[in-house]
Design a protein around this ligand. Structure first.
Ligand code: SF4
Length: 287
């Protein structure tokens, strides 16, 4: 059995930097606080808690003189203001590519355009983008785009982890509804690269394993992209979800992982698959 591991499987640089910053800050300050999980992965959250990285629901719950870390996917302006007014020690782990989306959306707004964000309702990154301007709307899928009324001027950005196919379908519909439409493609390059990798990898493998939490939209999207091309696609959260039966009559196994899946979980899954398939040689890295 041959194993092909997607080259960029796992943490994107934005998440990796944020997680490292959380560990470093907790080590230096004894504790650090965050409004919500830093990544959508239960194992990472648990390990972070043990290191002194705590999740709170509001700034009120942060003890005096303890740092608050703003996460990779961005923070709404009200929270920035409140933390500044309270003179809190803010550790900013916002991914620079999310900051870029905030800048783009403000530019589109300054051109008097109705702002449309293609993304998941209620997702923290999407909320962070939406709150940069007044009256932005979120469209998650083509059905919602169909409901929109005609308008004169609109500016569109997307959540960084969107699938290009969903964005393209929505833009096609918007072209029939908006006279003066400007779209800035804000799908981030790690997402684009990972999506392209899994699309081609799933076509050349007998089975595909996607490693990631079911609470991670990003991991679920990878699974979706692979499943369209390879029906023997399975998503696992860790090594314990692997089923030996999946690997019967299999020559090639493809492996990828969501942007919130840490290296140790990927390695454990990889080693277990090697055991199942009696693979002694190194996995091949698929670019
Ligand atoms: S998915 Fe993209 S935008 Fe989001 S944290 Fe990772 S690199 Fe940054």
């Amino acid at each position: 059995m041959k194993i092909l591991l997607a080259k960029d499987a796992g943490y994107c640089f934005g998440v990796r930097d944020a997680v490292n910053l959380a560990y470093e800050t907790a080590k230096k300050e004894g504790e650090v606080f965050m409004l919500g999980d830093i990544v959508h992965n239960e194992n990472v959250v648990h390990e972070l808690e043990e290191a002194g990285v705590n999740v709170v629901n509001s700034l009120d719950q942060v003890p005096d003189n303890k740092p608050i870390l703003f996460r990779a996917h961005g923070t709404v302006p009200d929270l920035w203001k409140e933390s500044k007014d309270r003179v809190m020690d803010v550790v900013d782990a916002t991914c620079p590519l999310v900051t870029e989306i905030h800048e783009e959306v403000k530019k589109l707004d300054s051109e008097d355009r109705k702002i449309i964000i293609i993304g998941d309702h209620g997702h923290d990154e999407v909320n962070g983008i939406k709150e940069q301007v007044k009256n932005a709307i979120v469209i998650a899928n083509p059905e919602e785009a169909m409901q929109l009324r005609k308008m004169k001027k609109a500016g569109v950005v997307s959540q960084s982890t969107q699938m290009i196919e969903n964005v393209q379908e929505i833009i096609n519909i918007l072209m029939t509804k908006v006279f003066d439409l400007r779209f800035v493609n804000t799908i981030c390059f790690p997402t684009r690269r990972n999506h392209e990798q899994i699309k081609s990898l799933s076509e050349i493998c007998d089975i595909m394993i996607v490693i990631g939490s079911f609470t991670s939209a990003n991991s679920k999207r990878l699974t979706e992209l692979a499943k369209i091309r390879n029906e023997r696609t399975f998503q696992v959260t860790s090594v314990k979800d692997l089923d030996i039966d999946w690997f019967q009559q299999t020559d090639t196994v493809g492996i990828s992982a969501g942007a919130s899946t840490p290296d140790n979980i990927i390695n454990d899954v990889l080693e277990k698959i090697k055991l199942i398939g009696k693979v002694s040689e190194e996995e091949l890295v698929y670019e």
